[in-house]
Ligand binder design. Structure first.
Ligand SMILES: Nc1nc2[nH]cnc2c(=O)[nH]1
Length: 439
């Protein structure tokens, strides 16, 4: 059964290099929110299908000057850190965590605070064209459920992790799982509570196994989380080789690189999405490739905490699954438009080098089209969900974007300019699962 037929110009990435443009096509969406068919303006039944939709009041004509894009997919975002987006970015990672982030996250033991922050975050994400998010929550299950409820209330597709962090040497008394047993039991409780909350809901959030990162967790917890991921067949998220500090922590405490440690505990799987990865060696990259693990590239955050830039081009060329993350609040912007621009900028600097003595690295550059692929198709593949493309069999998660005046006539130039210039006030409408949501 057809629910809606959208008529308009749309773009969808086909592969990392190619973006397809469809002029005045019909996007046929069924009752379940899935794209059933794309009818091109040259197809024989275009006019009859359009008229039939019009008669049944199913046709939505996208106004001239607006373009339809897939909704963006944010692969790494710490929901509780939203109030401090743009704060303390001049501190090193360990200080930023201890002096700012842990005190803030501890506040979510107070449900009233969660209720104040989470709906605002969710609305800001949708207003910026983001339709799916892989979230870190906090150690507090009731607050994590407030986040889940806010996503369902406002219509954001979400995957949510209850953060596990029980290592007394690396976490403060006031914000830590009291033991490994507590960390594992609370994780299992969250899986069950979230599943119950989403029962029968079209946008039921998916639970995610979430060791904060290797330094925050004891080996027993890492091992137990690996087992839970396998037992419940769940996605996993964590940080991977984000900084020099994290990289050396794993070497000093385990005698191995971060990637090996996570792998040893069953946490480097093809359902895992690991953030940052700026410090991976070529051997680490091979392990990530062999395990079919995805990387969440957080280009704004990496400029502050990454101690280096991601080898985006090389990872793409090696066929490693890769998407984009805002990393609120290691990154200051919730907009994936800002992050895809930064991904291109950083790759350009990697190519040319950052001083006049530095020869850079040949062929490190990515294009804005490559970045568009990461924010859409790359995100969908990383999460194993049918999202990020405007094609039959994919969820109707879309954004309608107002073009700036004087758009070029070449369709791909038109897209490039749109991606560089769009601000949240240009996003006119957002659809998730076939329903328009409020932006
Ligand atoms: N960027 C970032 N890195 C981390 N490593 C451990 N926790 C965090 C966090 O909250 N943000």
């Amino acid at each position: 059964m057809i629910k809606t037929v959208l008529q308009g110009d749309f773009y969808t990435a086909v592969d990392p290099q190619t973006v397809a443009y469809h002029a005045q096509a019909l996007i046929v969406i069924d009752q379940s929110g899935m794209i059933e068919r794309i009818i091109e303006s040259t197809d024989a039944d275009y006019q009859t299908s359009r008229q039939a939709a019009q008669i049944k009041d199913q046709l939505v004509e996208v106004p001239k000057g607006q373009v339809i894009l897939p909704g963006f997919i944010d692969l790494h975002l710490h929901a509780p850190q939203w109030p401090q987006a743009g704060l303390a970015l001049d501190k090193p990672l360990a200080n930023w965590l201890n002096d700012y982030t842990f005190p803030l996250e501890a506040k979510y033991r107070d449900l009233a605070y969660a209720k104040q922050v989470y709906p605002d975050l969710v609305q800001n994400l949708l207003a910026n064209g983001t339709t799916t998010v892989l979230f870190f929550g906090t150690i507090h299950n009731p607050a994590n459920l407030v986040l889940a409820q806010a996503c369902m209330d406002h219509g954001l597709r979400a995957l949510i992790g209850r953060v596990a962090m029980d290592n007394p040497e690396q976490t403060p008394d006031y914000y830590r799982d009291a033991s490994s047993q507590v960390a594992l039991q609370a994780t299992e409780d969250f899986i069950q509570q979230l599943t119950a909350l989403g029962q029968g809901q079209a946008l039921a959030p998916i639970p995610v196994i979430t060791p904060r990162f290797v330094p925050s967790c004891t080996p027993t917890t890492l091992q137990g989380l690996g087992k839970l991921a396998a037992q419940y067949d769940l996605p996993i998220q964590s940080h991977l080789s984000e900084s020099d500090w994290e990289h050396h922590y794993a070497i000093e405490h385990y005698g191995h690189h971060d990637a090996n440690v996570l792998d040893h505990f069953g946490l480097l799987t093809d359902r895992a999405v690991m953030a940052h990865a700026t410090q991976l060696t070529l051997t680490d990259e091979q392990l990530v490739a062999d395990r079919h693990t995805a990387i969440a590239h957080c280009p704004i955050s990496n400029a502050y905490f990454g101690n280096g830039t991601l080898a985006t081009r090389r990872l793409m060329d090696r066929g490693i699954k890769l998407g984009l993350g805002s990393d609120i609040s290691g990154g200051y912007s919730v907009s994936l438009y800002d992050n895809l621009r930064q991904a291109v900028t950083v790759s350009q600097m990697r190519t040319d080098g950052v001083t006049n003595q530095d020869q850079g690295e040949a062929d490190a550059r990515i294009s804005i089209r490559n970045a568009f692929y990461l924010a859409t198709v790359g995100g969908g593949q990383s999460l194993h969900l049918p999202i990020g493309q405007i094609a039959p069999g994919f969820q109707a998660d879309l954004q309608l974007v107002q073009e700036r005046p004087l758009a070029p006539s070449d369709p791909i130039e038109r897209l490039e300019r749109l991606l560089y210039q769009t601000q949240s006030n240009h996003i006119q409408a957002v659809m998730v699962n076939g329903d328009f949501v409020k932006v």
